[in-house]
Design a protein around this ligand. Structure first.
Ligand code: NAD
Length: 336
């Protein structure tokens, strides 16, 4: 049996990246669409063969409860709407896949986890890099000590943001570059070490005269200190382009640039004075299909996803500490 997904929000990421990749899935299929725009329901409904009975508006959303074809709901809305729809989906008896950032506060993440738990349903966050072969290889190499014990990580993510979009409107985005793209630097530092940071020091710089940055931040540089002593030096930016990380061990480094795009990752390793590229075996499925299939397999075999709600909550705890550190001009301890 294939798990049936309802796609909530027919914007750019949903229609260009997620929906086309169901074609490569073994265990997942699209069965329903949710949108506030009737013309999108018509055109994507026709394209994906979704009958009119399986097309919903936001006002109708709770009726998904009565549709047994829908096993899971994939929430691909502006960030501040994730919590509401994840909770309503759980209350309708559905499993949830939710885009990153999971929500815009620790409290909302906790409420989402509680709702899924109460409903006895799965909750997974769309951290697609965990299903991407270069990032998986990087994790294996780093944790296996390929370049010696890790001492430092650098991670940089950013892009020059275009004006006039919900990402620049704090009530919808919850914040600026950190919520959107900086989270990739943070998440990578956490998945590469397999540790939770205990302290963060952040510096923010934003030109408030730039009309893009009236309500959200532009650049944040943040340092994470991990229990093992690893330091991660991370960049988040809405005005400069970055997509890389490098793990420095005592015998060399493992570099990824680009590290987390939709395709085209590249890895270089320097070990004992020799620098060489490294390529993982070609995957059977791309990261999008693998992510969609992972939740489906977890539902079919009653397992916990490798990126459950707790993973989104862990990032959000650090993001709140990063904002606090930047605002107060001091280091902030996490989990103390
Ligand atoms: P988008 O603007 O292209 O799409 C958002 C959709 O939400 C639009 O169709 C819009 O009509 C709809 N919407 C519903 N209610 C809305 C409201 N009140 N205000 C504004 N829009 C509303 O955005 P996107 O790039 O598709 O991002 C959606 C989510 O996906 C975000 O959480 C984003 O962080 C995430 N995302 C993840 C990745 C990834 O690689 N994992 C990539 C892009 C986006």
């Amino acid at each position: 049996r294939k798990i049936g997904y309802a796609i909530v929000g027919l914007g750019s990421y949903a229609t260009r990246q997620i929906m086309p990749n169901f074609a490569g899935c073994e265990h997942a299929r699209i069965v329903a669409l949710v949108s506030g725009t009737p013309a999108k329901l018509d055109s994507y409904g026709a394209e994906y063969g979704i009958p009119k009975t399986h097309r919903y508006s936001y006002a109708d959303f709770d009726r998904i409860r009565d549709n047994p074809d829908i096993d899971a709901v994939y929430i691909i809305l502006p960030n501040s709407l994730h919590a509401e729809y994840a909770i309503r989906a759980a209350q309708a008896g559905k499993h949830v896949m939710c885009e990153k950032p999971m929500a815009t506060s620790v409290a909302d993440c906790q409420a989402m986890i509680a709702a899924s738990r109460k409903a006895g349903k799965k909750l997974m966050i769309g951290y697609r890099s965990r299903f991407e072969p270069y990032n998986r290889l990087a994790i294996d190499l780093v944790r296996g000590g390929h370049v010696g014990p890790t001492r430092l990580i650098t991670a940089e993510h950013g892009f020059p943001i275009k004006p006039d979009q919900w990402r620049l409107d704090k009530p919808l985005s919850g914040g600026g570059s950190m919520m959107d793209i900086g989270i990739y630097s943070l998440n990578a530092a956490r998945y590469l070490t397999g540790e939770e940071p205990v302290e963060v020091t952040a510096v923010e710089s934003t030109d408030r005269a730039d009309p893009r940055f009236r309500t959200v931040e532009d650049r944040i540089s943040f340092l994470l200190r991990f229990p093992s002593g690893v330091i991660a030096d991370c960049i988040s930016s809405y005005s400069t382009g970055h997509n890389s990380y490098r793990i420095h061990g005592t015998q060399g480094w493992i570099g990824m640039e680009p590290a987390t795009p939709y395709a085209g990752q590249s890895m270089t390793i320097r070990k004992n004075g020799v620098t060489a590229p490294r390529t993982p075996p070609a995957p059977a499925k791309n990261q999008f299909a693998a992510q969609l299939d992972h939740l489906a397999e977890c539902i079919l075999t009653d397992k916990t996803p490798i990126v459950p709600g707790e993973e989104g909550l862990a990032d959000m705890r650090v993001i709140e500490a990063i904002y606090q550190s930047a605002a107060q001009g001091r280091s902030v301890r996490i989990g103390a």
